[in-house]
Write a protein that binds this ligand. Structure first.
Ligand code: ADP
Ligand code: MG
Length: 438
């Protein structure tokens, strides 16, 4: 069959409801209800096509292969991720899909899915590359491209190296479809490696090695923030800016909105308990009002223990795409480093709450562990900033209010994506408020 005939058949199939079959889905995503429109079909070669389509006003991307039973969404093993890596390696566009090459891509073949909870779809190619496909491509500049490029420019090496990316391009519009990064051998994320330490430590009621790990994370995150606040030719403007009252007010408004959302989406017992705590949450959010000027810079934006990969070569900060639920302008905006710190210390507490819920650990042992590792993380972070002469990038006053906002976000995340996470949110918030009252 000619390529033109194959594409015509694929387009017929897409028009006939095929877009529904290839639409990216996560639990909680609404079904496609309105009309779908195929925007482009790019032939990547080797029988793989990348379909870009719009459904309910949202642009989606799906790799498609055609087998004996007709077209289907490509899974690991079907060659689509190899083909994407191939475009970047060869620096060759396919229709409207253009590669950006940051470094020479080693050749690699064989695909293996990554089996953890993911917002996007990452596939390991040839045990050398990670090809991450964004089912909901972002329009315009994206942090997943400019932050790795900036970090490479300032010599920060503790991130997976970015080889390149592919963008779908129409006129001046560019959508980020996929990134190709170096695979880190032996990598496990913190929801695995740190959770194991937490389980053992809480069972023994002795923070021990988990606390050392928290110290290493504090030092790593501090160096990461210092690197992000170092000028380079990649990022425009001053790396460190100052935000005034209007911006701080916006963060406060956003925190209240998160609480409101959490109240709306949280059913049952969890919702009732959250409603009872809401006035104290609002009081805690009011602490934003104590700040009238504060440093801002590019940050990670979705920093938690799951983003710290422990691999054969050490620890690395991964997933620089920012909060997958936030629009690109917010993910590119300069924000307080304290916001990353807050989300990270929340995730340390979440480890304790997971152990409490799953292993039936005593709440007081979980509390003690959580307090010890968070203190160790914060001390190490501050010390490393001091050593780097960069203490001025960090405004500690914002950590608590951002933590409270993050605690509200956890309920929303649970409702949208991961229902069992509601148990963690429900254990974490009362413990946080009790600390604030103490
Ligand atoms: P998402 O945006 O879907 O959260 P991540 O970039 O966090 O995607 O990657 C998801 C998982 O894939 C990580 O938790 C980790 O287990 C694995 N992973 C990501 N990047 C690499 C890499 N460069 N090397 C090895 N494993 C990786
Ligand atoms: Mg991630």
């Amino acid at each position: 069959m000619t390529a033109g005939r194959a594409e015509a058949m694929l387009r017929d199939w897409l028009a006939d409801g095929g877009t529904e079959a290839i639409a990216p889905r996560r639990a909680g995503d609404p079904p496609v209800v309105g009309t779908t429109r195929v925007l482009d079909v790019a032939d990547l070669g080797r029988g793989v096509r990348l379909v870009l389509f719009e459904a309910d006003g949202v642009v989606s991307a799906a790799p498609v292969v055609t087998g004996p039973d007709g077209p289907s969404r490509a899974a690991a093993g079907d060659g689509a991720f190899e083909a994407i890596a191939g475009l970047v390696r060869e620096g060759r566009p396919a229709g409207g899909v253009w590669p950006r090459v940051f470094r020479a891509v080693p050749s690699a073949s064989g695909e293996r899915a990554i089996d953890v909870d993911q917002s996007n779809r990452s596939v390991v190619v040839g045990e050398r590359l990670v090809v991450k496909l964004f089912p909901r491509p972002g329009h315009g500049p994206q942090p997943g491209e400019d932050l790795p490029a900036h970090l490479a420019a300032v010599g920060f090496g503790d991130v997976p190296e970015l080889y390149g990316s592919v963008r779908w391009t129409v006129g001046d519009d560019r959508w980020l479809i996929a990134t190709v990064t170096a695979f880190l051998p032996g990598a496990r994320d913190g929801w695995t490696w740190f959770l194991e330490l937490a389980r053992r430590a809480i069972a023994a009621d002795d923070p021990g090695p988990a606390s050392d790990a928290a110290e290493r994370c504090g030092e790593l995150v501090a160096r990461f923030h210092v690197a992000l606040a170092t000028p380079s030719a990649v990022l425009d403007g001053a790396p460190l800016e100052r935000a005034g009252v209007p911006q701080v007010e916006a963060w406060r408004t956003r925190a209240h909105a998160l609480l409101d959302d959490a109240l709306v989406v949280t059913p049952g017992e969890h919702g009732a308990r959250l409603a009872a705590l809401a006035p104290r949450v609002r009081d805690a959010i009011a602490a934003f009002g104590d700040v009238d000027a504060t440093p801002t810079q590019r940050i990670h934006g979705d920093l938690h223990v799951g983003q710290i990969l422990r691999w054969d070569g050490g620890d690395a900060v991964a997933d620089l795409d920012g909060n997958p639920l936030a629009p690109a302008p917010e993910r590119l905006a300069r924000q307080p480093a304290a916001r990353d710190v807050a989300s990270f210390v929340r995730s340390l507490d979440h480890l304790a709450r997971i152990v409490q819920a799953r292993d039936g650990a005593h709440p007081e042992a979980a509390d003690r562990w959580s307090r010890a590792v968070r203190r160790r993380f914060l001390d190490a972070y501050r010390t490393a900033l001091d050593d780097a002469g960069a203490r001025d990038l960090y405004d500690e006053r914002l950590v608590r209010p951002f933590e409270v906002a993050q605690a509200c976000h956890e309920y929303v995340y649970a409702a949208r994506f991961l229902p069992r996470w509601a148990t963690v949110a429900d254990l974490a918030l009362p413990a946080l408020l009790a600390e604030l009252d103490a």
